[in-house]
Design a protein. Structure first.
Length: 738
C-alpha cells in the first residue's frame, strides 16, 4: 500500500495541515457531527488531533472558548496546547501576548470537571472554594469513619473499601443508585454502609475526592437541565483523546455535553484498551456509532514507527480478538528484521540472554536509551536488575521502584534484619506496627524515651518495659508477643534456609495475611513480589550474605544524563517507543496472566492480548519475545508452558531461536515452543489447581509441624497447627498424613 501526503495532492493545503496523509486530513476536515478516529499504534494521532483543533479555530468555526478538548494526563494537555499554538503561530508568539488558544477549555477530565463545579457547584450545596482531597486524605477520612462505625480495619482493609467506593463513582453511581443486587459480598455490603456516610462527611467539609468531580458534574446536569444545556451549547466542538480509556462516568459526561449538536470527535484505539482493571470500558469506543448515529469512522492505519515484520505480527495477533473495530497497520518502510522468539531454560538464562543482546546492540552503536525491557508482572524485574548489576549495564525502572525499593520488600527485609541484629532500630521501628498491632504513638514515645535514657536499642527497651509490665493492655501484649516471635525466628534461623525462614517470618507475623485480606490488584502484585523475594533468597546460604548483597545493589548510583536501559511493565510502556524491545516472560499463567483469566474469562483474555499488541508495537527496529521453560516459584521449580499468544504470530514474521541448542529454526518446528500444543497441555492439567484436602484431614508442614485442616478457600487451606496455632497456607505447602 502506498500513499502520498495531502499537501502533495493539494498545493493549497493550509500550513497547519502540512505533511498529513489523506486519512489524517480526512480526520481534520470532517468537523461536523460525530467522528470516531481509530488511530492505530504509531499512526500520528496527536498530529491529526492538534491539526483538527487548529483547523476549527483558524477557519473561525468556533472561538477558542467554544472548543473543549479532554485528555487523560496534564502532560498530554500541555503537549497538545503547545503543538496547536505552534500550528497557529508558525512564526512564534511575541513575548507578553496571548496565543490563539487562549480561552480554550483544554485539560484532563478532572480539571475540566473541577472548573465547571467551581462555577456551578453551589447548585448542589458546595462553595466554590471546595477542597479536592488527595489519596492520603481520602484514606485518612475513611479510616476515621470506619472507627466511628465500629468497622474492623483489619478484616475490612480501608484501601479495599476505598477502591470499591471509587469503582461505584467510576460507574456514575451515587449511594442511592447502588442496587442491593450488586452487594454480593461482605466487602461490598460493608463498603456500601460507608459510602453514604463518607459522602455526607465530604459535603460537610466542603470537599470532594477525584471520583466526585465527574460524579457531581453528572448530578448537577441531571438535576438542573438548564446548566447542562448551557455547557452543551457553549462547547460547539468537543475533542477527546484516548477514548478507549474512558470509564462509564466519563462516557456519560461526554454524551451529555454533546447533546444537540453531536459535534464530538473521539480519538482512540480499541486495540490499546488495557486499563479495564481501573475502570476503563472498551465498550465505550465499540458502540460509538450507536451512540452518535450518522457518525463518521476514520481509520488511521499507516504506521510511522515500526517495520513490516513487527506490524504484521501485531496485526495478526490482535485479529484474534472479537470485540474490536477491524483495522490493519501498514508501513512504507522496508520489512526489517524478523521478530526473534527465544526459548530459554529458566528466568536466570533469560536475564543473561537479554544482557548479552543489549551488550551486542551497544557494540552496534545503539544507545541504551533506545532499548527497553517489558514485563507483565513487577516481580520479573529482579532477575534483570541482578544481571545488569553483574554486567555493569545501567538501567532505570519506569513507572515504578527498583525491586528492593518496593514497600513490601523493604518490610520483609526489615523483619530479617531484626532477626539478625535486634539492635537495628530503623528495622525494628519499621516492623513494630506492620501489620497493625495496636501499638500507638504514646507507646512508641515511651520506647524512645527509655532507649535514649538507658542508651539501649528500641528492641531491648521493649523487652524491659514489657517484662516489667510498664506497657500494659493490648500494646503491651502485642509487643511482648512480637519479641517472643523474633526470639523464636532467631532459633529457627539455625536450622532453616534463608528462603524458608523468610516465608516462616512473613506468615507467622501476619504480614502475608495482611496483603491477602486486602485482595486488591495492588495487593496481588505485592504478594507476587514477595514470592520473588523467596526466589532470590534461594541463591544465598545465610541471611547476612543476602542483606549485604541488597546493600550493594541499593548503592548503585547513575548520573542523570547517563545512558540507561528502560525496564517497565507493559502497562507503563503505552505511548512510548524504542529501537530495540525485549518482551519477556511470555508463558501461560504469567502472560496471559492467570488472574485475568480466572476473574474475567474471555474478556480478560482479550485485554491481555491487547496488552501483548501494545508491547509488540513499542518496537521500531528490533523485537525479541522470550519465554522460559521453567521458573522457580514458592521455592519450587515449575515447568512453564509457552504463551498461547506465540501461536498467534504468523510464521513469516518470526525467527525462533532455541537457546538450549543454539539453533535458529522456524517456529512451527520448534520442539521447545509447541511440542505438544497449548490445548493438549491444558487437558493434561499442567496448571490444574491443587487437589482439595478434606476438612479435618491431618497435614504436616516442615516449619509448623502437624496440624488439622479446618477449611479451604481456593488453593489456600485454613489449618490449626498443634504448636503454631491457626495459619492460612497454600495447599502445596503441606503434605497429607495418613
Amino acid at each position: 500500500m502506498h500513499t502520498e501526503s495531502y499537501n502533495n495532492l493539494n498545493p493549497t493545503v493550509p500550513s497547519y495541515a502540512e505533511g498529513l496523509n489523506p486519512m489524517q486530513m480526512h480526520a481534520v476536515m470532517t468537523t461536523e457531527g460525530g467522528v470516531l478516529v481509530l488511530a492505530g499504534a504509531g499512526t500520528g494521532k496527536t498530529k491529526a488531533l492538534t491539526a483538527r483543533i487548529a483547523h476549527i479555530i483558524a477557519t473561525k468555526r468556533a472561538y477558542p472558548s467554544e472548543v473543549l478538548a479532554v485528555t487523560f494526563t496534564n502532560k498530554a494537555a500541555r503537549e497538545i496546547t503547545h503543538r496547536v499554538e505552534a500550528l497557529l503561530h508558525p512564526e512564534g508568539i511575541a513575548e507578553g501576548t496571548k496565543g490563539r488558544t487562549a480561552g480554550m477549555w483544554l485539560g484532563t477530565f478532572h480539571s475540566i470537571a473541577a472548573r465547571i463545579l467551581r462555577r456551578d457547584g453551589a447548585s448542589i450545596g458546595f462553595d466554590s472554594n471546595f477542597t479536592i482531597l488527595d489519596a492520603d486524605d481520602q484514606l485518612r477520612l475513611l479510616k476515621s469513619l470506619m472507627v466511628d462505625l465500629g468497622i474492623d480495619g483489619k478484616k475490612f482493609a480501608p484501601k479495599m473499601m476505598m477502591g470499591i467506593i471509587q469503582s461505584w463513582k467510576d460507574q456514575a453511581l451515587p449511594p442511592h443508585s447502588v442496587t442491593q443486587e450488586s452487594l454480593t459480598s461482605d466487602y461490598t455490603r460493608k463498603a456500601f454502609s460507608l459510602y453514604e456516610v463518607y459522602q455526607k462527611r465530604l459535603k460537610a467539609l466542603n470537599a470532594m475526592d477525584f471520583g466526585d468531580l465527574l460524579l457531581h458534574n453528572l448530578t448537577v446536569f441531571q438535576r438542573f437541565p438548564d446548566i447542562a444545556q448551557h455547557y452543551a451549547h457553549k462547547f460547539r466542538y468537543i475533542l477527546v483523546d484516548e477514548y478507549q480509556d474512558t470509564n462509564i462516568a466519563q462516557y456519560v459526561w461526554l454524551r451529555l455535553l454533546a447533546l444537540g449538536h453531536h459535534n464530538i470527535c473521539c480519538v482512540g484505539d480499541d486495540d490499546q484498551s488495557i486499563y479495564g482493571w481501573r475502570g476503563a470500558e472498551v465498550g465505550n469506543i465499540l458502540k460509538f456509532e450507536q451512540d452518535f448515529p450518522n457518525s463518521t469512522v476514520i481509520r488511521l492505519e499507516q504506521n510511522y514507527r515500526s517495520t513490516q515484520h513487527i506490524l504484521g505480527a501485531a496485526s495478526a495477533l490482535i485479529a484474534h480478538n472479537e470485540a474490536r473495530h477491524k483495522k490493519t497497520l501498514w508501513t512504507e518502510r522496508d520489512g526489517g528484521e524478523q521478530i526473534r522468539v527465544c526459548s530459554l531454560y529458566d528466568d536466570g538464562e533469560e536475564a543473561r540472554f537479554v544482557g548479552e543482546e543489549i551488550e551486542a546492540a551497544q557494540r552496534e552503536g545503539i544507545s541504551l536509551n533506545h532499548i527497553a525491557i517489558l514485563v507483565r508482572a513487577g516481580f520479573q524485574t529482579r532477575a534483570f536488575e541482578e544481571r545488569f548489576l553483574t554486567a555493569a549495564i545501567p538501567y532505570r525502572i519506569i513507572g515504578g521502584l527498583r525491586f528492593y525499593e518496593r514497600l513490601e520488600i523493604r518490610d520483609a527485609i526489615a523483619y530479617m534484619r531484626v532477626v539478625i541484629e535486634p539492635r537495628d532500630d530503623l528495622a525494628f521501628e519499621r516492623i513494630m506496627n506492620t501489620p497493625k498491632r495496636g501499638i500507638g504513638k504514646s507507646t512508641v514515645e515511651t520506647l524512645y524515651h527509655t532507649a535514649r535514657e538507658q542508651n539501649i536499642s528500641l528492641f531491648e527497651a521493649s523487652r524491659i518495659l514489657c517484662r516489667n509490665h510498664i506497657i500494659k493492655g493490648k500494646a503491651g501484649q502485642q509487643l511482648a508477643y512480637l519479641i517472643g516471635q523474633r526470639d523464636g525466628w532467631f532459633e529457627q534461623s539455625k536450622n532453616l534456609t534463608p528462603a524458608a525462614l523468610c516465608e516462616l517470618i512473613l506468615e507467622e507475623s501476619g504480614y502475608m495475611e495482611m496483603w491477602r485480606v486486602e485482595a486488591s490488584v495492588e495487593a496481588n502484585g505485592r504478594l507476587e513480589n514477595i514470592k520473588e523475594l523467596f526466589r532470590a533468597l534461594q541463591d544465598f546460604s545465610t541471611l547476612t550474605d543476602f542483606i549485604e548483597h541488597v546493600g550493594l545493589v541499593m548503592e548503585r548510583e547513575v548520573a542523570a544524563d547517563d545512558q540507561m536501559v528502560s525496564v517497565m511493565s507493559l502497562h507503563s510502556a503505552k505511548g512510548l517507543e524504542f529501537d530495540v524491545v525485549f518482551c519477556t516472560g511470555w508463558e501461560e499463567g504469567l502472560f496471559p496472566h492467570q488472574r485475568a483469566l480466572d476473574e474475567q474469562g474471555g474478556v480478560g483474555l482479550e485485554e491481555e492480548r491487547r496488552l501483548a499488541y501494545v508491547g509488540i508495537t513499542r518496537a521500531k527496529r528490533r523485537l525479541y519475545i522470550s519465554h522460559a521453560s521453567r521458573r522457580r516459584m514458592y521455592n519450587q521449580w515449575q515447568d512453564c508452558v509457552p504463551s498461547r499468544f506465540l501461536q498467534e504470530l504468523p510464521i513469516e514474521h518470526i525467527e525462533s531461536h532455541d537457546q538450549h541448542s543454539g539453533r535458529h529454526q522456524q517456529r512451527a518446528t520448534s520442539p521447545s515452543l509447541f511440542q505438544r500444543g497449548i490445548d493438549k497441555v491444558f487437558q493434561e492439567n499442567v496448571r490444574a489447581p491443587a487437589p482439595a484436602k478434606s476438612a479435618y484431614a491431618r497435614v504436616f508442614h516442615p516449619s509448623f509441624g502437624y496440624g488439622k485442616v479446618m477449611g479451604q478457600s481456593g488453593d489456600h487451606l485454613d489449618i490449626i497447627f498443634e504448636g503454631a496455632g491457626r495459619k492460612k497456607l497454600k495447599a502445596d505447602y503441606v503434605s497429607m498424613v495418613e
